[in-house]
Ligand binder design. Structure first.
Ligand SMILES: Nc1ncnc2c1ncn2[C@@H]1O[C@H](COP(=O)(O)OP(=O)(O)OP(=O)(O)O)[C@@H](O)[C@H]1O
Ligand SMILES: [Mg+2]
Length: 233
C-alpha cells in the first residue's frame, strides 16, 4: 500500500453554464519519502491534483488516500486539521505575510503544530540566518521563496507540496531551491511533490507523473535520481 493513493479522481469546476473537467479519472500512487515531480502542459490539472492532496480542495468522485486515511471523505473540519498537521505548501509566488518579518512568518506556521522544528534553525538551513528580522519587501524573490520553504519545513510535515517553486526565480537561485528540496527529501524521508513546467528537471525525481487534459499520461520511475548539482537546463 502506497503512502499516497489516488484512484479514479474526478473534479469538475462549474463556471455559470460551463463545466470544466479539471481531472478526468486520475489514479496514481506515491511511496513515502519519494521526491515526485508532476509535469504537463498548462491546464493539465497539476495544481488541482496538488490542492486535492493538500486538502485545500475536494474532489467530486474517486478516492484520495494519504497515510492510510481517506481524506476525500473528511469533513471541512477534519480537512483543516489534516492540512495544519500534515502538509507544508510552497507556492509559486511565496504568499508570505507582508507585515511580518521572515522569522515571524516561519513562527506563525510553526505555531500550528506540536512537532514543529525551530523557526530560527530552519531559516538558518535555507541560508537566511542573518535576515531573520527583514520583512518580505526587503528580500529578493529567491530569499522570499527560501522563507516560504523554511515556513513549510518548520511544520515538519509528512507531505511537502510545491507548486512551481522556482517559477519566479533565476537559474542559480532556482537550482539552490531544488537542491534544498532534494536534500530535505533524502535526509528526512519527507515525501516531496513538485510541480514544474520544466521537463529538464525530471531526472532529479524518484517518480515523474506526466499529466495531460486532466488525465495521467505517463508515470516514470527513476531508480537513480540525479543530484540537482549534476543537472543542467
Ligand atoms: N477555480 C477554478 N474555477 C474554474 N476552473 C478552474 C479553476 N481552477 C482550475 N480550473 C480549470 O481546471 C483546469 C486544470 O487547471 P489547473 O490549475 O489544475 O492546471 P495546471 O496544470 O496547474 O496549469 P498551469 O500549468 O497553467 O498552472 C484548467 O482548465 C483550469 O482552467
Ligand atoms: Mg498550476
Amino acid at each position: 500500500m502506497a503512502f499516497i493513493e489516488l484512484s479514479s479522481v474526478q473534479k469538475k469546476y462549474h463556471m455559470g453554464e460551463v463545466t470544466i473537467p479539471a481531472l478526468d479519472g486520475v489514479s496514481f500512487g506515491i511511496e513515502e519519502g519519494e521526491l515526485c515531480m508532476i509535469v504537463g502542459p498548462s491546464g493539465a490539472g497539476k495544481t488541482t491534483v496538488l490542492n486535492i492532496l493538500g486538502g485545500i480542495d475536494g474532489c467530486d468522485e474517486g478516492k484520495v488516500k494519504i497515510d492510510g486515511e481517506m481524506i476525500n471523505s473528511f469533513s471541512r473540519r477534519q480537512l483543516s486539521v489534516y492540512r495544519r498537521q500534515n502538509v507544508g505548501f510552497v507556492f509559486q509566488f511565496y504568499n508570505l505575510v507582508p507585515n511580518l518579518t521572515a522569522l515571524e512568518n516561519v513562527e506563525l506556521s510553526a505555531s500550528l503544530t506540536k512537532k514543529a522544528l525551530s523557526p530560527k534553525r530552519m531559516l538558518d538551513r535555507v541560508g537566511l540566518g542573518e535576515r531573520l528580522n527583514n520583512f518580505p519587501a526587503q528580500l529578493s524573490g529567491g530569499e522570499q521563496q527560501r522563507v516560504a520553504i523554511a515556513r513549510a519545513l518548520a511544520k515538519n510535515p509528512k507531505l511537502l507540496l510545491c507548486d512551481e517553486p522556482t517559477g519566479a526565480l533565476d537559474y542559480s537561485t532556482g537550482k539552490q531551491i531544488l537542491e534544498l528540496l532534494q536534500t530535505t527529501s533524502n535526509e528526512t524521508g519527507m515525501t516531496v511533490i513538485i510541480i514544474t513546467h520544466n521537463t529538464a528537471l525530471t531526472p532529479m525525481a524518484n517518480r515523474v507523473i506526466t499529466m495531460r487534459n486532466g488525465k495521467v499520461h505517463r508515470i516514470t520511475i527513476n531508480d537513480r535520481p540525479l543530484p540537482v548539482s549534476r543537472l543542467e537546463w
